[in-house]
Design a binder for this molecule. Structure first.
Ligand SMILES: Nc1ncnc2c1ncn2[C@@H]1O[C@H](COP(=O)(O)OP(=O)(O)OP(=O)(O)O)[C@@H](O)[C@H]1O
Ligand SMILES: [Mg+2]
Length: 245
């Protein structure tokens, strides 16, 4: 069985959609469309009754909601219906917005949004697992893994921690998209190896113009090619168009 991604033109590239209850990594440079992709994925599920959780670590949920309200994705309605939830697990950078946005799940833990320190993968996982169980979350987006990557003391334990993080996410019973700011496609990370699927979003100089593209790097158990597909922004968010010639 496959579930629909919510991104027009994407499911056809991966034999009809994503295999549910797996962990996928979506990587790309700033402004390449990671948040938009993640939100479309959650909206698709939420529209058909699957609760979705968007975890922010670097950005406030209110900013994400504001940015996404530019698209006709019905984000506000789905939030009101409690089908789309946001959890801010990053260090607190601003105060007061929580009062205005009751739909945001607040965290009580000292290790998360009440301190200025970035939370560790283990603390973030524990909080996510609690929300997934409490709210019966079926689709999960974590924005972003880069935010929790650099919290361990050395490179070895960092890789180990990320491996554990992804392995534990696989047991949560929801379909997860990890967003990552990694921009160098040749610098392979533990989360790329550990994820079931890896998709890159590109934004690069192509001839004399900038081009946006999507590339499926890997998708376990799925027949796909690895070519660059043109990516467009429409009023409904991202859309995968034809091959980049
Ligand atoms: N109608 C629109 N509303 C908002 N953004 C749009 C729209 N059309 C195109 N965009 C593009 O979408 C980009 C933002 O997309 P998105 O936030 O999904 O990217 P991102 O990869 O998550 O970025 P970041 O690395 O900053 O988190 C903008 O920089 C802009 O170029
Ligand atoms: Mg983003």
């Amino acid at each position: 069985m496959r579930i629909q991604s919510g991104i027009e033109g994407f499911d056809e590239l991966v034999q009809g959609g994503l295999v549910p209850e797996r962990v996928y990594l979506l990587s790309g440079p700033p402004g390449s469309g990671k948040t938009t992709f993640g939100m479309q994925f959650l909206v698709q599920g939420a529209t058909f009754g699957e609760s979705g959780l968007y975890v922010t670590l670097l950005e406030s949920p209110q900013n994400v909601i504001n940015d996404m309200s530019n698209y006709s994705l019905n984000v506000a309605t789905l939030i009101k219906m409690k089908k789309l939830l946001f959890a801010d697990l990053g260090p607190t950078l601003e105060y007061g917005y929580m009062d205005e946005l009751h739909e945001v799940i607040s965290s009580d833990s000292d290790a998360s949004n009440s301190s200025m320190e970035a939370p560790s993968p283990a603390t973030v996982f524990k909080e996510i697992a609690a929300y997934v169980n409490e709210y019966n979350i079926k689709r999960l987006v974590i924005d972003s893994v880069s935010a929790i990557r650099f919290t361990t003391k050395d490179r070895m334990s960092e890789e180990k921690e990320m491996g554990r993080f992804v392995r534990n996410l696989k047991r949560l019973g929801c379909t997860t998209i990890l967003l990552s700011e990694m921009t160098d496609p040749t610098a392979y990370s533990t989360e790329q190896f550990a994820s079931h699927g890896v998709v890159f979003l590109h934004n690069f100089l192509y001839g004399k113009k900038m081009a946006r593209a999507l590339q499926i790097i890997k998708m376990r158990g799925t027949k796909h090619d690895c070519n660059m597909m043109q990516l467009e922004f429409t009023e409904k968010g991202l859309k995968v168009a034809s091959y980049l010639e």
